[in-house]
Design a protein. Structure first.
Length: 379
């Protein structure tokens, strides 16, 4: 049985040795994997493509992992022209090893294209499963055996932070809000049946990858994960979520940025527009109407409280903002993104937390602008 993991990396030099050591320690349950083999047309081969940049030291230990086990792990490194000699090191290994492969690229071409090249490479060589995984130990390899075994009943296995038993470790509150809010936003806009839409720890069967229109995948950043899952849902692939604990990266800095967040926000709407299976403009119009109604409530209530009831400006702003938030949440849940769920308590609390942050910023901005002499209505 062959395993090859896709791990996009950039500046992961310090973390890869630990990751590879963890991969070597994984105890794969061969009996469970044989059950998964029966559910796939061909003998199971697991494909892990390792996309690597600046990982010379991390790659050094890759060669030490696999030979200790009967399980064969093939590694495909998709190197984006790393300046630290990563590709050269892989080439040295290729001279003496049969389990290491390399695709050398001519620049930093992005997460999505790295995965797509890895998928194509795997399909051309008859692998039966592909694993996506981060390089920074955020995704614990200990879950791999059980996730792969799930292929006996499913075509896509998603390592999920947001199902029972899943979670995150050592994340600041703001990142928790952004991550969970991003999944909530994408899930509701795209009507996806899964909770962790943005996660990158996934297993795809060969059958699933062949069914997808990979040449139509346009996202290249973190929204790539969303687009893959959206397309899988649209064509009816059998997906399941497996609970994982996502750990904050041990070394280096997170690659999350405002640009990535904003790309994901508008990209989900673009997916709707491009889809032939839904009526995207109806949701877009509803979303706009809800936003407009929130603005009208916020502005109208503020004017009424200040001008008619003579209430303190900042208290009035808090009240009007709160009413607008409740209006927006209810309309989005029961009109724009209507679903069959009946328990919205947790989602409302999350929405409220984000809104309170917005309220705080609003009050601070209002106070500053008023003190500068700007009329509160314009502020």
């Amino acid at each position: 049985m062959k395993i090859l993991i896709i791990i996009p990396t950039y500046n992961e030099r310090e973390s890869l040795p630990k990751l590879l050591e963890s991969l070597d320690a994984v105890n794969f349950d061969v009996s469970k994997l044989k059950e998964a083999e029966k559910a796939i047309k061909y003998p199971l081969k697991t494909n892990t493509s390792l996309t690597v940049e600046k990982n010379k030291e991390t790659l050094q230990q890759t060669s030490e992992l696999v030979n200790k086990k009967q399980l064969i792990i093939d590694k495909l490194f998709v190197d984006d022209n790393s300046p630290d000699g990563t590709a050269e090191l892989v080439q040295e290994w290729q001279a003496t090893r049969r389990d290491i492969y390399l695709i050398s690229r001519f620049g930093k071409l992005g997460l999505g294209t790295a995965y797509l090249e890895g998928f194509a490479w795997a399909l051309n060589r008859d692998y039966e499963a592909v694993v996506q995984m981060d390089a920074d130990l955020s995704h614990d390899p200990v879950y791999l055996s059980e996730m792969l075994a799930k292929l006996d009943n499913f075509q896509v296995v998603i390592g999920s932070r947001y199902v029972a038993g899943g979670g995150v470790e050592n994340w600041p509150i703001l990142r928790r809000i952004i991550s969970k809010g991003g999944s909530w936003y994408s899930r509701n806009v795209l009507s996806l049946p899964i909770r962790d839409v943005t996660g990158g720890f996934n297993v795809w069967s060969r059958e699933a990858l062949l069914a997808l229109s990979l040449n139509e995948i346009k996202s290249n950043g973190y929204s790539f994960q969303v687009e893959m899952k959206y397309q899988a849902s649209q064509i009816g692939l059998k997906m399941t979520e497996f609970p994982i604990i996502f750990k904050e990266r041990h070394d280096g800095q997170s690659k999350m940025s405002q640009k990535i967040v904003f790309e994901a926000m508008w990209r989900v709407w673009l997916l709707l527009v491009r889809s032939r299976r839904i009526q995207p403009y109806k949701k877009i119009i509803k979303f706009g109407v809800v936003g407009l109604s929130g603005f009208i409530i916020d502005f109208g209530v503020l004017l009424f409280l200040v001008e008619v009831l003579k209430i303190n400006l900042y208290l009035a702003n808090a009240v009007s903002f709160g009413l607008a938030v409740v209006n927006t949440f209810l309309l989005n849940k029961f009109w724009t993104f209507r679903s069959k769920r009946t328990d919205y308590t947790q989602e409302f609390v999350q929405f409220l937390i984000v809104s309170l942050i917005g309220l705080t910023l609003s009050l601070v901005g209002l106070r500053l602008l008023v003190q500068l002499g700007l009329w509160y209505v314009l502020a």
